[in-house]
Design a protein. Structure first.
Lengths: 335, 328
């Protein structure tokens, strides 16, 4: 089984499945929401509305939506710095997501973490550290807890291609393989670890091959095709819930912008960026739904308008929220 | 009923009783199950509780700690073991970046009540990489509690307190004390609170601040000096983070002189911080220089017997320190 599923599955598997219009529209709505929120976050940063930095995931939305859409409230997500939108998909209210960027007292962590490093405890999104692959290790521990308690919840962790070279990645996946833990390890392979190209990170072509070393399936998928990602994720999630263990899902994708908002990303060619932009995960899915008449021009306009209104309200909430008082500095160190 | 146990037996009993009392408690680490631990601290627990609760792990300290952190977020009470403090380095990432900061960075949204048992300290011929007492690394990180008991009684009571504590606790066990430290230990359940220091010997002439393996050596030195008319008050810190400043300062204000004794290296060590606290808060009460007797600033304890012996703080070195300060 492992050898079969370790093959690179680059053809979208989802074509065979007949998805309901509700699901298709739900995925589209969420893709667009992530795109608009992320672009708004970038604009706000450039306007100087908040300090620090932002790590845009524009271009990678299908990897986020395809893997986290439809998770249970009791399931867990362990995001990295580029997965701010995973909070949105899990259901965190937008106003808290923007308050996080602004480091306001109304953010889930009361202004402690850097802007994109968001967690949302009520819905089991783990507040990330900046340490590379750290979220995989802690997420693996949560999965051990789930298994020990006999529950059928699962953990979805995210990391980029860069994190797969880090020792902690190996320790986490090895341990999860030994104990058949309920995990979906998502690797968003966007070809660049900050400025280091994949060819200088690993001799592998498909990062899913790493799963062979841990004794569980690895799948590579077109990370810009939300239905392909969703289908692979659903298979892996069902496997995890059934107690059959983890899956490594490599989503081949691309970040449109720099590593962060202060990175002009001059190490990449314009041709490379343009080629990937033509494979825009939001626009291609939108086109597909229009062709299938699941989405109409009127519906599209309505969804965009509604989402924009929500975002504007959330930004207003964030802007109007106060900063935490200096007296909070020492709160929450010990119980 | 109390009987005499050594520290190793006391820790084993604490783990066993707490696992019986609370089914959320489980232990994990290298060689803790089938072999019962390299010092046999966890001997018999696998037979009693099974693989589900006594987990032999891969040789990977990072995931041992991360597995504990994550499962504690699910409400469990894991007690991971680091076989030798020297090999805690791969887990520093998890302890410092995750465990110490999780509650803070989520503003109380998450916590990780783990108790990390760490075997540390000079064992007489254990060499560079099986001898380090590096608790100071972690005392620098708010969010981590750090304890280092010196008696079998405290080891059982403080371990039970640590497991029931809502915060991550690093529980350092000195390998030389496993069999040397013997005391009466109650059979039943009791806790020794994390935080308070213990005055092990009262005295009027100087305060000796110490902890861990140095406690008994300091008491021996104090006894020798008492015969020569110098009364040393020995304060055992027991908990290094958070420090019992009140007990420290009260003693200093009474005796007006301070000798600090620890096994770990000198520079920027626990003694440096104690000295700074006393200077800041009890400067007017001092009648002499705050003095430190510590391990030397040598990377670790060398293996060859003469070098090993030269490294170690012993009763003679402590006596010499007391003599010098008493004469000031």
């Amino acid at each position: 089984m492992a050898s079969k599923s370790n093959r690179a599955v680059l053809e979208p598997e989802a074509e065979k499945a007949g998805h309901s219009p509700e699901l298709l529209l739900g995925l589209y709505r969420m893709l667009l929401k992530c795109r608009l929120c992320d672009e708004k976050a970038r604009i706000l940063f450039r306007q100087g509305k908040y300090k620090g930095n932002f790590y845009s995931g524009v271009g990678q939305e299908a990897t986020e939506v395809g893997t986290a859409y439809g998770l249970r409230e009791t399931d867990w997500i362990a995001p990295s710095h580029r997965d701010w939108t995973s909070n949105i998909i899990k259901g965190a209210p937008l106003k808290f997501c923007f308050a996080q960027l602004f480091a306001k007292v109304t953010s889930p962590d009361r202004g402690r973490s850097s802007p994109a490093h968001m967690g949302y405890p009520p819905l089991h999104v783990i507040t990330p550290a900046s340490s590379i692959a750290g979220q995989l290790n802690v997420g693996t521990g949560v999965a051990l807890g789930i298994k020990k308690l006999g529950r059928d919840d699962i953990v979805v962790t995210y990391c980029g291609d860069g994190a797969t070279s880090f020792g902690g990645f190996h320790e986490a996946l090895n341990f999860a393989g030994v104990h058949k833990l309920p995990l979906l390890y998502v690797v968003q392979n966007n070809l660049w670890a900050e400025s280091v190209p994949l060819r200088l990170q690993t001799a592998l072509t498909n990062l899913s091959d790493r799963a062979k070393a841990y004794g569980f399936p690895g799948i590579s998928v077109d990370g810009n095709d939300v239905l392909a990602v969703y289908a692979s994720a659903q298979t892996a999630i069902a496997r995890a819930r059934a107690g059959e263990g983890p899956t490594l899902l490599e989503c081949k994708t691309y970040r449109w912008y720099g590593h962060s908002e202060i990175d002009p990303a001059k190490y990449r060619s314009k041709e490379e960026v343009d080629a990937w932009k033509k494979r825009d995960p939001v626009a291609t899915f939108e086109k597909k739904l229009m062709e299938q008449r699941v989405l109409t021009e009127a519906k599209k306009t309505e969804i965009a308008a509604q989402t924009t209104k929500e975002i504007n309200e959330a930004v207003e909430f964030a802007e109007q929220s106060p900063y935490p008082e200096a007296s909070e500095l020492r709160d929450h160190i010990w119980a | 009923m109390a009987r005499t146990l050594n520290m190793l037996e006391a820790i084993n009993e604490a783990l066993s009783q707490e696992m019986e009392r609370d089914d959320r408690v489980f232990i994990l680490g290298e060689d803790i199950g089938l072999s019962g631990g390299v010092f046999k601290v966890t001997d018999g627990l696998l037979d009693k509780f099974g693989e589900e609760r006594v987990l032999d792990t891969p040789l990977a300290e990072g995931i041992i700690i991360a597995a504990a952190i994550g499962s504690s977020m699910m409400g469990l009470r894991p007690v991971p073991e680091i076989q030798f403090a020297d090999f805690i380095t791969p887990a520093v990432e998890q302890l410092v970046q995750q465990a110490s900061k999780l509650r803070y960075r989520s503003a109380g949204g998450y916590s990780c009540p783990i108790t990390v048992r760490i075997c540390c300290g000079a064992g007489g011929g254990s060499g560079l990489y099986h001898s380090q007492e590096n608790a100071a690394w972690f005392v620098h990180e708010p969010g981590l509690k750090v304890v280092l008991p010196s008696t079998a009684y405290d080891a059982k009571g403080m371990l039970l307190a640590a497991i029931r504590d809502p915060d991550p606790v690093l529980f350092f066990e000195h390998k030389s004390l496993y069999r040397q430290a013997k005391s009466e230990v109650p059979e039943g359940d009791y806790t020794v609170p994390i935080g308070p220091a213990a005055i092990r010997r009262e005295g009027r002439d100087m305060t000796l601040l110490t902890y861990g393996f140095m406690t008994q050596k300091s008491l021996d030195a104090a006894e020798q000096m008492a015969q020569r008319g110098v009364e040393v008050e020995v304060v055992e810190l027991r908990t290094l983070a958070p420090l019992d400043k009140e007990a420290i300062l009260n003693s200093v204000r009474k005796t007006n002189k301070v000798l600090i004794v620890h096994e770990d290296k000198k520079t920027m060590g626990i003694g440096a911080e104690l000295s700074a606290i006393i200077s800041e808060e009890a400067f007017e009460d001092l009648d002499g220089p705050i003095t430190r007797i510590t391990g030397p600033d040598v990377p670790a304890i060398p293996f060859s017997p003469n070098l090993d012996k030269a490294w170690q703080v012993n009763t003679e070195k402590i006596v010499a320190g007391i003599e010098q300060l008493a004469a000031y």
